[in-house]
Structures are given as structure tokens and as C-alpha cells.
Design a protein around this ligand. Structure first.
Ligand code: SF4
Ligand code: SF4
Length: 324
């Protein structure tokens, strides 16, 4: 089965200062030029990938972001972007109609909470971005990460989405080897809060498979559900194939124009394919960027819950969009 998704990291630069992320503090490295990205997109198509999530860092910091999305659409990809919205008002027209799934990150329903989490004053900019996006015929979704610190206030986020006339997507904060919220999450309470909010607000969605998976304790290295290497191709800004995943990349293999051959034939990829989900860092992992694409592979209860989630979310978005 062909890999489903490319998680394409365009840059590790960021203009926000989120307290839960260290990307913005890293030394900015070299970034691949447009021609390199174009060639990799051609190889991704040859490999059967249909969906590219251009991510970062903040993807809108790339000067050629419009050119990259135009090329991805020209090659027939579905595309997505998650942005902190700082540059969205300036770049909105450049990327108009090129991003199929446009996500705006939201940490709290008011300026104080959101700006405190993001480390910069951007809440008003976010609200403005929603208005601009809608006026351009886009369908932005507020992407809200639910954490141990904010789960008691998800209602307010649902209300904000309702007032702005957009959908809200609730992502439980992922856990991963001694990082992020790890075992600090009060899982049953967070799960209950997510389910209750989605029941109350028609504009709120969440992934049922993800909730079931965190309730079960995440990835089990003895019986791994993660298929990071089979399902996802992760590419770094400096043109490396990240194995087995971005978050715990143990290896970055220089691509140098041979992504197709590397992914299909190299020993490195094959070795990580054999060990995906089985490494020490994989125990209890719920890194959704890899787990959710994995749920599309192999039929089990997560496969079913994932299918139900996306079928109903698609319908909800259509219904919601028609009403908005
Ligand atoms: S906007 Fe995203 S990449 Fe930038 S600091 Fe925040 S979480 Fe990290
Ligand atoms: S379980 Fe998958 S996503 Fe998590 S660290 Fe292992 S390979 Fe990466």
C-alpha cells in the first residue's frame, strides 16, 4: 500500500514563541530551494502520495510559499497548512484557493489565554484572519490542542468558533516518550470534556480513534499500531528524509533528488519500517501526525473509528459550510 501522507517541514523558523514548543529557539538551518521541493513533490506522486501537509515552524515564513502550494496543486495533491496566522492577513491572497485544509492554531478563546500560550500578541490577528479567510471563500478551521491545563475551558473555544462561524477541531495533546504532557494528562477527564463539548456544539469535531487510543495507553511497542514509515513520508526543511518520524527522528537521510529510490529501495527505510512503533521512544506514543495516518492502515477498531470520524466530519463540514 502506498504511503498516504507527506509531512513536509518547509522551515523550522517561527515568529511565535509558544511556551510548549522549542522550534523558535533553534538555530535556523539551511532550507531547500523551490526546485528541490518541486522534484520531491514529483517523487511523492510517483510513490502514490496524494496528500501533503506543509508544516514547520511557521510555513508562511517561506517567501515562496505561494509558489510551493501552486506547484503542489498543479501536481494534483490535496494540501493542508496549520498556521499561527501572524502572516496570514498579508499572505492570504497569495495562497487563496491553494490550501484544501486550512487550520488556524488556537490555544484559548480570549486574547489573554491565547497570547500567553503563544508568547506573542496574536489573538486579534487570528480573529481578523478568520474574517479575511471567509471573505476569500476559504474554510478555516480552528485547531485547538486540548491539554491538562485547558481542558476545563473547551466550551469557550466551541463558543468562539460558533460566533465566528467556523468549525473547531479538538486535538488531545499528544504524549510521547518523556516529552510533552506525557503521563501528566488527566486522560478520563479530558476525554469526557472533549466528548461533552462536541455534543454541545455542532461546529466542534474530534477524532474518535484518537480518544480511544489515548484511553488504551497509546502505542504498545509489543503490539505496535504505529506505521509511521509505511503511512507517512517526513521531509525536513534541509531536504532530509526523517526516520522513523519527525518527533523522534533517529536518522535524517539526505534526499539529494532520489526520494523515490530511497523510500522504495534503501536499507535505512527498510530497517525503520521493521522497527516502526517498536523503538523505546515508541512506548505510549500518541503523536497524531503519524498515528492518525497509521489508523488508515490495518483494519481494527481504530480503523473503524477513524473512518467514522472522517466520514462524519466531511459531512459536518459540508453541512456547516452550506449554513455558514
Ligand atoms: S507557532 Fe507552532 S512552530 Fe511556532 S512556536 Fe508555536 S507551536 Fe512552535
Ligand atoms: S510510535 Fe511512531 S510516531 Fe511515535 S515515536 Fe515511534 S515511530 Fe515515531
Amino acid at each position: 500500500m502506498a504511503p498516504l501522507v507527506a509531512n513536509y517541514y518547509l522551515t523550522y523558523r517561527c515568529n511565535a514563541r509558544c511556551h510548549f514548543c522549542n522550534i523558535w529557539a533553534l538555530e535556523p538551518g539551511k532550507e531547500a530551494d523551490f526546485e528541490t521541493i518541486k522534484h520531491n513533490l514529483q517523487d511523492l506522486r510517483r510513490l502514490g502520495v496524494k496528500y501533503v501537509d506543509f508544516t514547520g515552524g511557521e510555513p508562511l515564513l517561506r517567501q515562496d510559499v505561494g509558489q510551493i502550494y501552486t506547484e503542489a496543486k498543479r501536481q494534483g495533491f490535496y494540501t493542508s497548512m496549520t498556521t499561527n496566522t501572524i502572516l496570514y492577513p498579508q499572505k492570504a491572497k497569495e495562497i487563496q484557493g491553494l490550501v484544501d485544509f486550512l487550520n488556524f492554531s488556537l490555544d484559548g478563546a480570549d486574547a489573554e489565554t491565547h497570547d500567553h500560550s503563544r508568547g506573542v500578541k496574536i489573538f486579534d490577528n487570528l480573529v481578523e484572519s478568520v474574517k479575511i479567510a471567509k471573505s476569500l471563500g476559504e474554510f478555516p478551521v480552528l485547531n485547538h490542542t486540548v491539554t491538562a491545563q485547558n481542558y476545563e475551558r473547551i466550551d469557550e473555544v466551541g463558543e468562539l468558533g460558533k460566533n465566528l462561524g467556523v468549525r473547531v477541531w479538538l486535538n488531545p495533546a499528544f504524549t510521547a516518550h518523556e516529552h510533552y504532557n506525557s503521563n501528566k494528562n488527566p486522560t478520563p477527564q479530558m476525554v469526557a470534556a472533549i466528548e461533552a463539548t462536541a455534543k454541545k456544539y455542532k461546529n466542534v469535531g474530534y477524532n474518535k480513534a484518537a480518544l480511544a487510543f489515548i484511553e488504551a495507553g497509546g502505542n504498545d511497542t509489543k503490539n505496535p499500531r504505529c506505521k509511521a514509515v509505511d503511512a507517512v513520508i517526513a521531509i525536513s526543511p534541509n531536504d532530509e528524509l526523517l526516520l522513523p518520524c519527525y518527533h523522534f527522528a533517529q536518522t535524517g537521510v539526505p534526499i539529494q533528488g532520489r526520494l523515490y529510490e530511497l523510500y522504495r529501495e534503501s536499507e535505512e527505510v527498510e530497517n525503520y519500517r521493521q522497527s516502526q512503533g517498536k523503538l523505546k521512544v515508541c512506548e505510549g506514543c500518541t503523536v497524531w501526525c503519524y498515528l492518525i495516518p497509521s489508523f488508515f492502515m490495518g483494519v481494527d477498531k481504530y480503523w473503524w473509528l477513524n473512518q467514522v470520524t472522517y466520514a462524519s466530519e466531511f459531512l459536518a463540514r459540508k453541512r456547516f459550510l452550506q449554513r455558514a
